[in-house]
Design a protein around this ligand. Structure first.
Ligand SMILES: C[S@@+](CC[C@H](N)C(=O)[O-])C[C@H]1O[C@@H](n2cnc3c(N)ncnc32)[C@H](O)[C@@H]1O
Length: 225
């Protein structure tokens, strides 16, 4: 059965890049900034981008002779990513089934990216363990997640329907769940999987809804040991 989230992003795909500018969507820019800061934007890398959307977070690797594999549940988002960057290899896949089902060999990648994806996939441990297996030793995992903020009006519950709290009577095609995580949980999970955490910080990710509420994410850069 097709998931609501897939239909939602299929519908949004044509205007996604334009809406990202309007909503001040920062995660791909923040990821790029951090990768540049740590001199990780290099040529000839094998890169996996999970929940790629229109490919905003692989932009800085285009033309650098990298092998870029991009994954998304929405085939329309993937079509746009492919139109923008014809050399990327696209995979339509539901990440809530874990990363094993993608069929990549262990230790295949130098860099795994997940920008604005984890809030839709309720399995941080599975995600982190999967990334650890697919990364080469010394490979990097960079991702964002929506932070659970107990004192914040709109980010205080672990699970919430996407539009609730932001829009009155949200339409059914926006009824998919968002998952929030505490920083400590992410840190513990990464430590257990033997990642070395290089950066872990909060930033304003975008402005949500007609009222333009700021939404806060954390960004993690971690190295596989
Ligand atoms: C907020 S967008 C982020 C896109 C891109 N990474 C960026 O930063 O612009 C979330 C993306 O995750 C995809 N997505 C959501 N749930 C997914 C799932 N279960 N499996 C694969 N992709 C998923 C959506 O289709 C969408 O393209």
């Amino acid at each position: 059965m097709t998931k609501v989230i897939e239909l939602y992003y299929d519908k949004l795909s044509g205007v996604y890049d334009k809406e990202s500018v309007k909503g001040k969507w920062e995660p791909p820019k923040e990821i790029n900034k951090t990768l540049l800061q740590y001199r990780l934007v290099k040529s000839k890398l094998a890169i996996l981008d999970l929940g790629t959307g229109t490919g905003q977070s692989v932009k800085s690797f285009i033309g650098k002779d990298c092998e870029i594999y991009v994954v998304d549940i929405s085939h329309k988002m993937l079509q746009i990513a492919k139109q923008k960057y014809p050399k990327v290899k696209t995979f339509k896949y539901d990440l809530s089934s874990g990363l094993e089902g993608l069929g990549f060999r262990r230790k295949s990648f130098d860099l795994i990216i997940a920008s604005g994806t984890l809030e839709f996939v309720n399995h941080i441990k599975r995600f982190v363990d999967g990334a650890s297996k697919l990364l080469r030793p010394e490979g990097y995992f960079i991702f964002t997640y929506e932070v659970l903020l107990r004192n914040h009006n709109l980010q205080k519950s672990k699970v919430q329907y996407n539009a609730s709290g932001y829009i009155k009577n949200p339409p059914n095609n926006t009824r998919f769940k968002l998952y929030r995580i505490e920083k400590e949980v992410v840190t513990k999970t990464l430590n257990k999987a033997k990642f070395e955490i290089i950066r872990h910080y909060r930033f304003r990710a975008f402005l949500k809804g007609p009222e333009k509420f700021p939404v806060f994410y954390n960004l993690v850069l971690a190295k596989n040991k």
